[in-house]
Structures are given as structure tokens and as C-alpha cells.
Design a protein around this ligand. Structure first.
Ligand code: NDP
Ligand code: 8X3
Length: 246
């Protein structure tokens, strides 16, 4: 049966890969991101609208329009997120910290707050959160990004408690290194620096993560996958990556 799948941050990387995979499955898609032009190239038939998760009026417009276009939301993939910079705490800037917290934590909460009551009312729905290995292990220069991803763990736990008995499911998919535009954004457009992150190793792809999301949401209704932590075989911790082949 076709499901209504809402994906935030669908203009590239993991979000776009989820859109492609769910579309192949025949689901109805609502896709949001700030770069509307980039959304146009993702998946075929889909509802698309500009969305900035850090701006509550933009979130409200997006959720209302998505429901009007595709009906009640079955699956919310909270994927929009970013890291900005790799500065140590003593060298960081409030601007970058705020951008990460406002996008990764407050933005996710804003979208979820508008979607969850409908799911509870319909007694069905699946909230998927794209966390990160960074939420499990901190690293030098990643303090605030790691904190923003760690924050998603109690948010998911509380949501499971608060929706207990309603049939709602909450899953966190927490990847290690995935080759997307993530590093280009982190390094503020410095392509050379971004490319080095993935050099001579085999990172995950957005498609690998989309498969994990699909696995979680395709389980029978009585099964809730709590957390999937997925790493490249060549990565043992955020800053321990094997390079150079075997
Ligand atoms: P990309 O940079 O390729 O994609 C990030 C997406 O988030 C884009 O579609 C971007 O769209 C969107 N986005 C960013 N800010 C906002 C905003 N304010 N409002 C709406 N959309 C926004 O990176 P990834 O695909 O890798 O990142 C997706 C998620 O995966 C993030 O939450 C990231 O933290 C997480 N993650 C990534 C890992 C990696 O190694 N790549 C590993 C673990 C987790 P636009 O700019 O058009 O708004
Ligand atoms: C992105 C993974 O290890 O670069 O969330 O922080 S990492």
C-alpha cells in the first residue's frame, strides 16, 4: 500500500537517496529543503516545497501543504542537518554553533511537533531521525555537532514514552562516514578539503542509509527498530578511518 513519506533535507545526499528509494517502492513523497531548484531534480512524481526547518512559519507552510497534497503522513524522515566547521570549542563561533543547534535539534523538533499529533490521532505513523555516530562518540573539533546529534537520543526516547500505546514508532538511524555534500557544507565550500575526507577509503553512500531507513519502516507494525548504528567497514570511530585499501 502506498504510504505518504515526508523527507526533510531531500535536496541532496541521504535525503535524496531516501526519496529515490521510497519512490521506487511506490510511496507518495513530500520533499522539502531550502534549495528548491535542487529538489526539482530529485525523484519523479513528488510534492516539493521550499523548507527551512529553522524557520517555524516555513515548517508550518510545508507540513500543511504536504498534507493537502498527499494526505495523512505515514512516515516522517527527519534528515535535514549539517555540521559547520571543525573548530575546537575555544576557537568556535556562536554563529556556527547556533546554525547547527537550530537546524539539527530545534528544526527537527519544530517539524516533528507539527507532524506527531496527526500521527497520534490516526493511531499510525513512523518518525525516523537521522542521527550520527557523532552522537555516540565525540571528536576533536566536533563538540557542538556531536552535542546536536547526541541530543536526538533523549528526544527519541521521550517520544517513544510519550506515544506509547498509540502505535507510533520512532527509529534513529545513526551513520558513520557517508559521502554526500556534508563535508563540502562543513568546510564552507572548500571542495579540496571536503574531498580529502573520503580520499582512499570506502565510505557509505546515501543509498546505504536509505536501505537502513527502508528496513526499519518495512518491519511489521508490532516491531520498532530503536536505533541502527551503521559504519563503513573501514571506519572504527569518527576519526579512525582506514585508508589505502587492503
Ligand atoms: P548533505 O549536505 O548532502 O544534505 C543535507 C540536507 O539537509 C540537504 O538537503 C540540505 O538542503 C538540508 N538542510 C540543511 N539545512 C536545512 C534547513 N535549515 N532546512 C531544510 N533543509 C536543510 O548531507 P547528508 O545527506 O550527509 O546529511 C543528511 C543528514 O545526515 C544530516 O542530518 C547529517 O547530520 C546526517 N549525517 C551525515 C553523515 C555523513 O557522513 N554525511 C553521517 C551521519 C549523519 P538545503 O541546503 O537545500 O536546505
Ligand atoms: C557525520 C559523521 O563522523 O563526520 O555525522 O561526524 S562524522
Amino acid at each position: 500500500m502506498s504510504r505518504h513519506v515526508v523527507i526533510t533535507g531531500a535536496s541532496s545526499g541521504i535525503g535524496a537517496a531516501c526519496a529515490r528509494l521510497f519512490q521506487q517502492r511506490g510511496d507518495r513523497l513530500s520533499l522539502g529543503a531550502r534549495r528548491e531548484d535542487r529538489l526539482q531534480g530529485v525523484a519523479g512524481e513528488a510534492f516539493r516545497q521550499a523548507l527551512d526547518v529553522t524557520k517555524p512559519p516555513s515548517v508550518a507552510r510545508f507540513v500543511t501543504a504536504a498534507v493537502a497534497a498527499n494526505g495523512p503522513i505515514d512516515i516522517l524522515i527527519n534528515n535535514a542537518g549539517l555540521a559547520r566547521g571543525i573548530e575546537k570549542i575555544a576557537e568556535g563561533t556562536g554563529e556556527a554553533w547556533r546554525e547547527m543547534i537550530e537546524t539539527n535539534v530545534l528544526g527537527l523538533l519544530e517539524v516533528t511537533r507539527l507532524v506527531l499529533p496527526h500521527m497520534v490521532q490516526n493511531k499510525r505513523g513512523h518518525v525516523v531521525v537521522i542521527g550520527s555516530i557523532a552522537g555516540h562518540k565525540a571528536y576533536v573539533g566536533g563538540g557542538v555537532y556531536c552535542a546536536s546529534k547526541r541530543a536526538l537520543q533523549p528526544i527519541c526516547e521521550a517520544m517513544r514514552m510519550e506515544t506509547l500505546g498509540t502505535g507510533i514508532r520512532v527509529t534513529s538511524v545513526d551513520p558513520g562516514l557517508v559521502e554526500t555534500e556534508f563535508s563540502l557544507v562543513r568546510f564552507r565550500g572548500d571542495q579540496e578539503r571536503a574531498t580529502k575526507v573520503y580520499h582512499d577509503t570506502r565510505p557509505l553512500t546515501g543509498d546505504d542509509i536509505a536501505e537502513c531507513v527502508l528496513f526499519a519502516v518495512d518491519r511489521p507494525a508490532h516491531v520498532n527498530i530503536d536505533t541502527i548504528v551503521v559504519m563503513p567497514t573501514d571506519q572504527a570511530s569518527p576519526q579512525m578511518v582506514h585508508r589505502g585499501g587492503r
